[in-house]
Ligand binder design. Sequence first.
Ligand SMILES: Cc1cc2nc3c(=O)[nH]c(=O)nc-3n(C[C@H](O)[C@H](O)[C@H](O)COP(=O)(O)OP(=O)(O)OC[C@H]3O[C@@H](n4cnc5c(N)ncnc54)[C@H](O)[C@@H]3O)c2cc1C
Length: 471
Amino acid sequence: MKAKYDLIVIGGGPGGYEGAIRAAQLGLYTALIEKDNLGGTCLNRGCIPTKTIMHTSRLYREARNFTEIGLSAAEVKFDMAKIQQRKKEVVTKLQSGIAQLLKANKVDVYQGKGMVLAPGKVQVTGEAETFELEAEKILIATGAIPARPPIAGLDLPGVFTSDDLLDSPQAEKVYNPLVIIGGGVIGVELASIYSDLGCAVTVIEALPRILPAMDREISQNLSMILKKRGVKIHTAAMVSRITEENGLLQVEFTEKEKLQTAAGDAVLVAIGRRPQTEGLFASGLNPRTEKGFLVVDEFYQTDIPGVYAAGDVIGGIQLAHAASAEALRAVEIIAGKESSRDKLLIPGCVYTDPEIATVGLTEEEAKAAGYAVKIGKCIMSANGKSLLENLDRGFIKLVFAADTEVLLGAHLMCGRATDLISELATAIKQKMTATQLAATVRPHPTFSEAITEAVESIHGQAIHIIPGRKN
Ligand SMILES: Cc1cc2nc3c(=O)[nH]c(=O)nc-3n(C[C@H](O)[C@H](O)[C@H](O)COP(=O)(O)OP(=O)(O)OC[C@H]3O[C@@H](n4cnc5c(N)ncnc54)[C@H](O)[C@@H]3O)c2cc1C
């Protein structure tokens, strides 16, 4: 089989499939190669599986506390096999939607492993046959896979990655107690799921706080909330080895120079993700990489002519919407619609309860960048919607440039934070000022009212914040 395309996309995750559809919309004759299931990490073992399971685990925790809101129910139980079955149904439905979209947009989909043989030439190794495809341009969107640090004992049975707990037969078992190595987004989301299901969870993080890349107060608040729910959190703690004793895995770590052990029925290793580039280039083709991630220029082009890359495989912010946005830009550049890579503003979200979402600069980053800042803040205990929904502590914190009052960053820990953040991302992108943000009338009762309060607080005009009280 031999066909000449305008564009071949390797990888069918959010970067790859969305890039392929946009390419087709722009009139490019496009092929997509995927070695596994359409939807990539996000759909099969990332965003959608975690959030589907979380939906159930959160309800289960809430049901256990029903009496707080005037409800009672006979013993509420969960069934992990059924939770996983529902997750599969959600995933399958979305997968078939992607397949339909690709077909409707006339993107040819090839099942197999893609390898770049030369500029414009890709080999596809499928189950039954190996063949070559040709194209003017190639877009690599092969994503990333869990990193496995060099810790002794990592190959013991029961030591898992997020892939194992979300997309394998092992996922149907409940692990209690569970030890999680890594307090980043994946670590804290899985800690939430398991603790909501009533399991004893220990999180061990090497850096001084969980969610180390986020606003300090967010880390502190989440830490308090998780601890209140029974999660043990060790920070500035280095894991040295994992052993097996009396049927339990023992994770040895050093915290404050003291050797400690946490025992688990299973251990989740969530310490980062590395680019998926094995076997992606024929020998002799060695594109420039940094820590294994493909290096691209301002046009998303690698140093192999005509070979572009986007998404997790180029590093940076490893999120589905970042992968999609990058791939769309890359394809628009390839199609001649965009002249260069636009600076993308990517919100970061954590789907804990309450949710966390941030965009733009933190207070520390803004100061380090030379800004004098004004901080607008609303504590969610002053927000009616938050109280009536019985949500835990939270806040909305806005970082403004002191002189112009232009919004530089937004840091939310509240109900629906992951939806609210888009309004603030738009405001940052449009360089909106506090006065412009305050001019919008936000409905009552909503979490979004707290945005108005946080904005008005910089002028001492927040209605529901006691004057003179420092937030
Ligand atoms: C547990 C977990 C939870 C997450 N939750 C969220 C979330 O809530 N929100 C969010 O925004 N992000 C989340 N992410 C991150 C998100 O999943 C990734 O950022 C996103 O999937 C990256 O998209 P991508 O297209 O770059 O790569 P991927 O989604 O990894 O897709 C790459 C695809 O390429 C295929 N492939 C690789 N090599 C080849 C080859 N040689 N030939 C053919 N095909 C190949 C792979 O099989 C895969 O399907 C989560 C990740 C994890 C692990």
